[in-house]
Design a protein around this ligand. Sequence first.
Ligand code: ATP
Ligand code: MG
Length: 463
Amino acid sequence: MSPATVARWGVMGKKDRQTTILVVDDEQVHRYMLCSMLREWGWRCVEADDGDTAVAAVEKHAYDAVLMDVRMARMDGREAFFRIHALQPSLPVVIMTAYSSVDDAVEAIRHGAHDYLTKPLDFDRLRLTLERAVDHRQVVEQQRGSEEAVPLLTSIIGSSPPMLELLEMIRYVAPTEATVLIAGESGTGKELVAEALHQNSLRRNGPFVRVNCAALAETLLESELFGHEKGAFTGADRRREGRFVQADGGTLFLDEIGETTQAMQVKLLRVLQEQELQRVGGEETISVDVRIIAATNRNLEEEVRRGSFREDLYYRLNVVMLTVPPLRERGDDVELLVRHFAAIFAQKNRRRMEGITPECLALLRRYSWPGNVRELENAIERGIILMRGEQLTEKSLPLTIQKIRDEQEAAASARPQSLSDVEKEMIFQTLDETGGNKSEAARRLGITRKTLQNKLHKYDGEL
Ligand SMILES: Nc1ncnc2c1ncn2[C@@H]1O[C@H](COP(=O)(O)OP(=O)(O)OP(=O)(O)O)[C@@H](O)[C@H]1O
Ligand SMILES: [Mg+2]
């Protein structure tokens, strides 16, 4: 157990003396064992021997959390969870499951269960999970008690419908212990989303540690994540703790998870399941308490189908998936972001900026932003640095963006202006295709040869 974990538990006994947990399991021996342990940890404990009894108990009494087995003889845990959740959405339910029926638990998490534990139970983890569940409940109750919901701490800018939906999901998922997979094109803001999840979680005072899985070769990545013993490989002149240990009590952000090798994926899966690891070249087993958030710009589902990403790891990571929309789908957010970055870079570069010309703004809104927010940020930085005068104009934007204006203007002037222009273009095109054969062209156009002849005469006259 880590020192951070011990420190947190040190105060728990006193704080949570009145806290009551409903333990639901149809095996008497399990209930007895769980309850005696929970009581020893300072919680009050009420037992229910099946789903029905549990639902009835929740209807009548107030609990701080429910710990429930998923497989039970009469009403199973899944169904009981849905009924309990419908009765009291803020009551945290922790589900116990065998690894073979983890699907049910994952489905429950998607529908609002607090967390799940796989059997055989790891008791350290059980205690920590219940402690978090109770904390979560208190936070939710406080939010409800105050006039307004606690504002979401985030530097994510956006008010378009897809971004509001994303922010709502962040608010909902952040305080849980669920592993989150963030998907989205490059530069859409996946890292910002990961930070927001951490900042709005109960782990916010713990570390947020980021590892870019694409930046290191497999062996280096392994020692980066898990640490190594002295002498584990050439150059390992002292023991080093890995990122998992550094993130203990906090969040570990595994960026570009889609770039890991299969061998690495197996090792990651093991740590995610056991919350335990060994340093490279070491024997000692180290327990860690880490919430995992992963990101990728690949389509992992597709990679799983093709066999390049392990299905079991995908499953573990994808308890909740957040998709960050590309900038081209965010409408007015472009303008918000442009103004935001323009103000930041003007200040940073000591430029006086009075505004952005309407033409410049129109161009920025029309551009498709294949590099998303990162591209926009860079474009505005460049624009501010190269700005002449006190207005940001399209002239100081990167050429790739200016080009679309020229292309659009060219396309607009080349486009036929009227119905007769369209007709004329079609006639000449058909004549080209038939090698100048007027009878064939007329047939293809669905007019008589005579009509075609007349039209051609008319065009001659126009020249
Ligand atoms: N909604 C937003 N509001 C403000 N800044 C943003 C927003 N989205 C992204 N940014 C900024 O854009 C840049 C790119 O974002 P970020 O690094 O989070 O993208 P990413 O999705 O992780 O990209 P990649 O896949 O390339 O790693 C960062 O500087 C970030 O601060
Ligand atoms: Mg990133």
